[in-house]
Design a protein around this ligand. Structure first.
Ligand SMILES: [Mn+2]
Length: 322
């Protein structure tokens, strides 16, 4: 099933691994994990990891490489399959492109060998399954990064599409030396300043009709000296875990694009279709979209309120039928 991947990697002496912009730990974990896998199993190959950096590049591994490196090389793109989201678009200079992703988006990269399987809860889980299948040897570094990707994309093993497979793969990685204590400490430690900032956003959430939302305009953003995603993605789940709140939304003004980025989450209602309606995408219960103005933001909020209302009505019908 994965022999095509094996053939591609065997064919090239130079391999550059990409992932999405503004990486989360699954993007970095699957990218760097794959880097260590290939280095361990093909020591004579040149392997590179590229892309923008943030705190998730824990060990400062991203490499600055020239365009020439891409000549006659294979680019592997993980955890993303949509061109405008890929960090470092010089994969276009590579001889061939391989994509390994788990997102429910329409891929738009021409002539790429594409492996997308949305049954995986993280790209890291998918990569382990592939390379375990191909009988690769897993060292401590590869196992650690891949497990970290799995841990974070499942919300510390909360959101799992296939728990049996996830625990088997996690167990396999532990067997191969994956580190967890230092990682969890790193993951759960924040500065006092960060804690205070979270408290600020927590208290700003608005709760209406089973929906929670947060609108972070320019003035709010300017209060804090943090990067955009710390607020946009970092604050959305402050409204998780409230019984009455079925869907929670975080809208943040983005200076760089002069647009508003919406992050959408739910426990068990499929919300990705509304994200797609506004040109966005992602997973069933965790997705997002870019909005042009605050009126459009209100439309999104209303659409989600409507979705819950329709769902409530539908549920009543089912109860009557029984
Ligand atoms: Mn992912």
């Amino acid at each position: 099933m994965f022999s095509k991947i094996n053939k591609l990697i065997n064919k090239y002496d130079k391999i550059i691994i990409h992932r999405h912009k503004n990486p989360d730990m699954d993007a970095i974990g699957s990218q760097v994990g794959l880097y260590y896998l290939i280095k361990e199993n093909h020591p004579y190959k040149e392997v590179y990891v590229v892309g923008d950096q943030n705190k998730f590049d824990k060990d400062n591994l991203m490499m600055d490489i020239g365009d020439k490196v891409f000549e006659n090389a294979l680019s592997i793109i993980v955890d993303v399959a949509v061109s405008h989201l890929i960090s470092d678009d010089r994969y276009k200079l590579a001889k061939e492109v391989l994509i390994i992703d788990h997102h429910n988006n329409e891929p738009d990269i021409e002539n790429a060998v594409t492996f997308i399987d949305t049954s995986y809860s993280s790209a890291a889980e998918y990569i382990v399954d592939i390379f375990k299948n191909l009988k690769y040897k897993f060292n401590k570094s590869a196992s650690s990064y891949l497990l970290w990707g799995m841990i974070t994309d499942t919300g510390r093993f909360q959101w799992m599409k296939d728990a049996k497979r996830i625990f088997e793969i996690a167990s396999f990685l532990s067997e191969n030396g994956a580190e967890t204590r230092d990682f969890y400490n790193w993951l759960y430690t924040e500065t006092l300043e960060e804690r205070k900032m979270r408290n600020f956003f927590q208290s700003n959430y608005v709760y209406e009709d089973n929906v929670a939302y947060l609108k972070n305009n320019k003035e709010v953003i300017d209060k804090f000296d943090v990067d955009f995603f710390t607020i946009s993605r970092g604050m959305v789940n402050l409204a998780a875990g409230i019984e009455e709140i079925k869907i929670w939304l975080n809208f943040t003004y983005n200076k760089a694009s002069d647009k508003i980025i919406g992050e959408f989450r739910s426990r068990d209602i499929v919300i990705v279709d509304i994200a797609k309606k506004y040109g966005g995408g992602g997973h069933d219960y965790a997705c997002g979209a870019t909005l042009n103005n605050w009126d459009e933001v209100d439309n999104v909020i209303n659409d989600y309120k409507k979705l819950i209302k329709e769902r409530n009505n539908g549920q009543k019908k089912v109860i009557r039928k029984n």
